[in-house]
Write a protein that binds this ligand. Structure first.
Ligand code: G3H
Ligand code: ZN
Length: 279
């Protein structure tokens, strides 16, 4: 199995940025941003994005970029609730996958995540699990409320499933936050003390950089960002088309879009270094 890159991140107090992508241009823009800060990066397919590209094309595109850039670029499947699709992605070249059983009863989450972990590991693929409920919407997983990760179950969940990383619910939400995000740092501290597997922070969009950096210094090793990348892409299209309605030079258009996405991803990447002077 490939070495778990999150273990190195935890040891060296940085986080790997994991960005949801739906196009090759987002992949390139995010790879450029990661190369600038010299951090590894994960390009994530949602279930629908994996189907949109097809799993093997998504994985191949990421691997092509991985070979062309001086940093590690990792293909990851995000929030998968379908074991069959997850195993297809694992077989078709994804380096890492997430099974999201957070919406199922605890014992079912343990059983299914554990079975998938064993199969992924036999294929040399890393697997992330989730415990607790993250409010908001991400693909098929929706919730109006949060249920924080229970520290009494977290150690047991990691031990019984054999996962390589754990997504936690500590006040983080999917989508744009309504009001100020309030991360529960005391809970995070407790979880960091209990969990042997590296911890993952979802819902990166809108969390202040100083909070992200603090969470990383405490032990968060991977931060997921999706909504703000999609918003930067959509705003970029509208802005460019508004100013260049008659310009059919596609490469100029795409170069502009890539720069907008790179700038957005780059702002997050600076926080992923975990430094104290982030605002
Ligand atoms: O799994 C994906 C992320 O948690 C994305 O969250 O869209 O709020 O940045 P976000
Ligand atoms: Zn998420």
């Amino acid at each position: 199995m490939r070495e778990n890159p999150l273990l190195k991140a935890r040891k060296e107090h940085y986080a790997i940025g994991a960005f949801n992508v739906n196009t090759f241009d987002e992949m390139v823009a995010i790879a450029d941003a990661a190369a600038q800060v010299k951090l590894p990066v994960m390009l994530m397919a949602s279930m629908s994005s994996a189907k949109f590209f097809t799993p093997s094309v998504f994985a191949d595109l990421v691997h092509t970029l991985d070979r062309s850039y001086p940093i590690d670029i990792i293909a990851h499947l995000d929030h998968c609730t379908d074991p069959e699709l997850l195993l297809t992605c694992a077989r078709e070249g994804f380096d890492s996958v997430m099974y999201d059983g957070s919406h199922t009863p605890y014992q079912d989450n343990v059983r299914v995540t554990g079975e998938l972990a064993a199969q992924c590991h036999s294929l040399g693929v890393l697997i992330e699990g989730e415990l607790g409920i993250i409010a908001g919407e991400e693909g098929p997983v929706k919730s109006k409320f949060s249920e924080f990760t229970d520290p009494d179950c977290a150690g047991d969940f990691i031990e019984k499933t054999g996962i390589d990383s754990l997504a936690v619910s500590i006040g983080n939400q999917h989508g744009f936050y309504k009001g100020e995000p309030k991360l529960q740092f005391e809970l995070l501290e407790e979880l960091c003390g209990i969990c042997t597997a590296p911890l993952v922070l979802h819902g990166g969009t809108g969390i202040p950089g100083s909070d992200i950096a603090r969470a990383i210094r405490m032990g968060i090793c991977k931060v997921n960002v999706g909504t703000e990348i999609r918003a930067a892409y959509a705003r970029g299209i509208l802005d460019y088309a508004g100013q260049h309605a008659d310009d059919a030079d596609v490469r100029k258009f795409v170069t502009y879009l890539r720069s907008r996405i790179q700038e957005t991803a780059g702002r997050y990447m600076e926080c992923f270094l975990g430094k104290e002077d982030i605002q």
